[in-house]
Design a protein around this ligand. Structure first.
Ligand SMILES: [Zn+2]
Length: 134
C-alpha cells in the first residue's frame, strides 16, 4: 500500500504519467520507495549522518518493527518521530529536486531533519522529551 500511495517515479511511470522512472538524482537506478528511503546514495548518507542502523536491505515498515529491536533502548520512545522526520525530509528534498531543481546537499538535508525533529519535539509527551534529550 505504501508503495502505491507514494508517487515515486516508478509508480508514475507504471501509471503512464511520466516516461522515465529514473532517480531524479541521476544515480542510474529506478526511483522506488525503497530507493528513495534507503538505497539511493543520498538517502544512505543522511541515515549515516545520524548513525542509525539502517541497511539497504530494509523496507520502510521494518523501521517501525524489526529495526526497533536493534536500536539502543534510550531511543525507543522517540524512534518513530526520528524516523518519520528523516523520511519526510528525504521526500521533501526529492520534491525540491524534481519540481525546483534544488540540489540535494546532505548536510542541508540533515539540518532540515534536525529542524523538523525540534519542531515536533514540542508536541511530544514529557517522557518522550526526556528521551530526546539523551
Ligand atoms: Zn538515487
Amino acid at each position: 500500500m505504501l508503495k502505491i500511495r507514494i508517487k515515486v517515479r516508478t509508480t508514475l511511470h507504471l501509471q503512464g504519467v511520466i516516461v522515465s522512472d529514473a532517480c531524479p538524482y541521476g544515480c542510474g537506478c529506478s526511483e522506488t520507495v525503497h530507493h528513495l528511503a534507503f538505497s539511493c546514495p543520498r538517502a544512505g548518507a543522511v541515515w549515516h549522518a545520524f548513525g542509525y542502523p539502517v541497511s539497504a536491505n530494509y523496507e520502510v515498515q521494518d523501521l517501525f518493527t524489526s529495526v526497533k529491536e536493534l536500536i539502543p533502548s534510550a531511543w525507543l520512545r522517540i524512534w518513530d518521530t526520528m524516523v518519520v522526520s528523516i523520511l519526510w525530509n528525504l521526500w521533501q528534498a526529492r520534491n525540491r529536486k524534481v519540481f525546483d531543481n534544488v540540489l540535494f546537499i546532505v548536510p542541508m538535508v540533515v539540518r532540515q531533519c534536525q529542524d523538523t525533529f525540534k519542531l515536533w519535539f514540542f508536541r511530544m509527551k514529557e517522557i518522550e522529551k526526556k528521551a530526546a534529550r539523551v
